[in-house]
Ligand binder design. Sequence first.
Ligand code: XCC
Ligand code: SF4
Length: 663
Amino acid sequence: MPKSRKTIDPAAEAMLDKAAEMGIATAFDRADQMKPCPIGSKGLCCKNCAMGPCRLAKEGQVGICGATIETVVARNLARAIAAGAAAHSDHGRDMAFVLHGAATGEAPGYRIRDEFKLREVARDLGIDTDGRTKEEIAIEVAEKALAEFGRQSGQLSYLSRAPRKRQEIWKELNIAPRGIDREIVEILHRTVVGNDQDAEHILDQGMRAALGDGWGGSMLATDLSDILFGTPSPLVTQVNLGVLKDDEVNIIIHGHEPTLSEMIVAAARDPEMIEYAKSKGANGITLAGICCTSNETLMRQGVPSAGNFLHQELAVLTGAVEAMVVDVQCIFQGLQDVTENFHTKLITTSPKAMISGAIHMQFDEHHAPEIAREIVKTAVDNYPNRGATYIPQVHENMVPGFSHEYIRYMLGGYYRGSLRPLNDAIMSGRLRGVAGVVGCNNPRVVQDEAHSHIVREFLKNDVLVVQTGCGALCSAKYGLLQGEALEYAGPGLREICETVGIPPILHMGSCVDNSRILTVLAEMATEGGLGDDISDIPGVGIAPEWMSEKALTIGTYFVASGAYVLFGVRSPIEGSEAVTDLIGRRWEEKTGGKLEFEPDPAKIVQKSLDHIDKKRAALGLPKYDASRFGQSGDRRYNAWLRAQAEGAKVSPYSMAGVTVKEA
Ligand code: XCC
Ligand code: SF4
């Protein structure tokens, strides 16, 4: 059968064949049928008032109000940034409520798991910790966190975590965010008809709101989740549809928030519940995640992942899913139609997200364990209704769990944890640079193709890769989040990874955990040797298959923090050369970072490497030379790699019988 060219994932391929056989439509088919609107896709459609909508399809055209193409394109981008910031930051707010409940005892089932982190966060929020219980501190941390959302003046507390020089740039540009909510509201205000009509001024506010998310709402979401559920450290788990089990109750948790899903993990592991599943004829209960609920639970609990964004409907198509439990964000309404063809129950749980036709079992942190048990029981009760199943036997091992705390620890140990060895490796040229490869799947492009091309090229070129979100799950599916991936790494990168004992790609968490990458960049900049600001670091940020507004927000806060960010797929601002120039050349003048849209993955790689080399040169570092490192001492390992490539399945430590050929 010819490849469909919709995905490079064999599990997805198999499920798409099954969908076609059964006549069930998925997002892949809908993308074929729905051509993107040629005007809207370039940012040229304004529907901000009832004099329009105005479609500015011709050069020089203006709206009824006189708005120019430049203004309309900038307003549309700013509104997308506001929406993305709202989503991630509102998630952070809910974490603060749960932490508060955990500390007061009003949210039974939750507790403070990482007291060390609690104290660290308290310090950064200016809270006194001396002689106080962890509950007392947690209550004040939660209150202070909630106050950050409504702060009317001044600036967010966490901005002080950024390099000093960066903080000054924000102040100078007047984009240091005040309250998280305030900056989002101000974008909506500025973009109503007849208000802010200067593209650069509008998008300055875009940066401000995005920074409020990155260094505010998202960073709080990460920190408070770590306090409540534990700061991640590496563990082994599995990914892809093959993690579902033919003889067990399968429950999928999908969306973004760890609050309910953590309780579902506990309920599904409860021996009584497992006994109950056995009474229904199942051999046990399997829990698997999708999207960022998956990233949250796999990083901390080792819950396997059924896959990334475009796997959601495919998981249901296995016929083996008793319940698809969803919370917020990235949930296809199309799931409802797909589940109707099977026994699968679609269960919505957030007071913020309902789907017509689905069962709604609303989450409430005050009764979380009971609600989670009820949900798991509903799934178990559904097991006898299962019909024929088809689970593709495709899965891979992965090692996620690289919080910035863990990275610091693994590089320097418990007493002298620091990023020094990372900076040194870049300075010596063993590492050419670093890249964050993050973001979604998008059915407008072949699933996972751009992601995996780009990360493999980076590995080959000695670029250390950090990942979050669906991008991380993509690499995991192809076995790249484990030591074996070193076979793709260049000699310098391999040397570093072997010395430290890490895979060449570090999975740092969910999409709100992009804030962990900000923290790493800030620490690299202050550690010394790589300049004194994030914009000096030889690094890039990429979202090869983005689709969500949240991705635009993330990209924007990285740019405003000094990074070069490239997005794949297509440009939502294509309609305006002026705005394209503004977020590229002009933003680079202002922030040292720039945002570009580049659909060709090969060009993304080339531009990234050029940028990394340019930053190396600016720092006066030696020119990257691929042949300089990795030749000493590991002949045995090289021989093993060659044997692997030829199909031999032997461990590098049992190479006695293999002839060591000089490369
Ligand atoms: Fe959603 Fe976070 Fe994108 Fe994946 S990566 S499709 S936003 S789940 Ni955030
Ligand atoms: Fe048209 Fe202006 Fe109204 Fe937009 S705000 S719809 S450009 S009249």
